[in-house]
Design a binder for this molecule. Structure first.
Ligand code: KIV
Length: 262
């Protein structure tokens, strides 16, 4: 996958599939699957480090996880997430973060919003780094949004979302993540833009989907947002396996003759 495949897939109406990964073992499994690209999202601060929001992620942490994912999936197209404030403290800080993520193994970066950091986005693109935008529910702004809520409701919010999406396209973004917006609005934005729109909680009439791996595998403790489809009861399966190991150990069934040396 390259950034050209993103536009090709949109042109041929083939939905793009993206999934998060934060470590080498899950990346190596994804690499064996028919998934187009991997997002090392800043959601890792919640999923892997137990934070209450994505605000705790920083450039070094993101780069560490990108490096691990690259090790597990050497040929995958990896998008590294720019963490909280990393692109709001001026060009130098932003470019240092971009450098960290790209040198750790990303092929593109993702950042949230557009207003106020247009020049930084343009500079990153002009530096030869593909940029994925992210609009709608932007978790780094959770406190300003007043919680994890559906965005783009009401005429003004709707108009602003459309204008922001167009602005990101005009700034040279190669794709856009649209999170938690009414499906009709997401469909309209996907139709308006030439670049692909990848949805999460944005309905099916967009150009692709992204999910958090741990949510779709049922590994998170929940509660899950409405837009998550659980493809596996991962937590229940792991609990069962761990309890079997503990029980067999206590009952001296494990290790059996098969698992011991003569
Ligand atoms: O950080 C993340 O995992 C994300 C996705 C939810 C799009 O930004």
């Amino acid at each position: 996958m390259t950034i050209h495949d993103f536009s090709d897939k949109k042109a041929h109406k083939i939905p793009i599939t993206m999934i998060t990964s934060y470590d080498s073992w899950s990346a190596s499994i994804i690499a064996e699957c028919d998934i187009d690209c991997i997002l090392v999202g800043d959601s890792l601060s919640m999923v892997m480090h137990g934070s209450r929001s994505t605000i705790d992620a920083d450039p070094q942490l993101m780069a560490l996880h990108v490096k691990a994912v690259r090790a597990g999936a050497p040929d995958a197209f990896i998008i590294g997430d720019m963490p909280f404030l990393s692109y709001r403290k001026g060009l130098k800080d932003a470019m240092e973060c971009v450098e960290l993520l790209m040198k750790a193994g990303s092929q593109a970066i993702k950042l949230e919003g557009v207003r106020g950091h247009e020049a930084i986005i343009a500079h990153i693109v002009a530096s030869g780094v593909p940029v994925m935008g992210h609009l709608g529910l932007t978790p780094q702004s959770v406190h300003q949004l007043g919680g994890y809520k559906v965005q783009g409701k009401g005429a003004q919010a709707r108009q602003q979302l459309i204008e922001d999406a167009k602005a990101l396209e005009d700034l040279g973004c190669f794709s856009l993540v649209l999170e938690c917006v009414p499906h009709a609005l997401a469909a309209e934005i996907a139709q308006l833009l030439r670049i692909p729109v990848i949805g999460i909680g944005a309905g099916s009439e967009v150009d692709g989907q992204v999910l958090v791996l741990h949510d779709m595998l049922g590994l998170s403790s929940g509660p899950y947002p409405r837009f998550v489809k659980q493809y596996l009861e991962g937590r229940a399966l792991m609990t069962e396996a761990l309890n079997s190991y503990a029980r067999e150990t206590r009952e001296r069934q494990f290790p059996s003759s098969k698992e011991q040396y003569a």
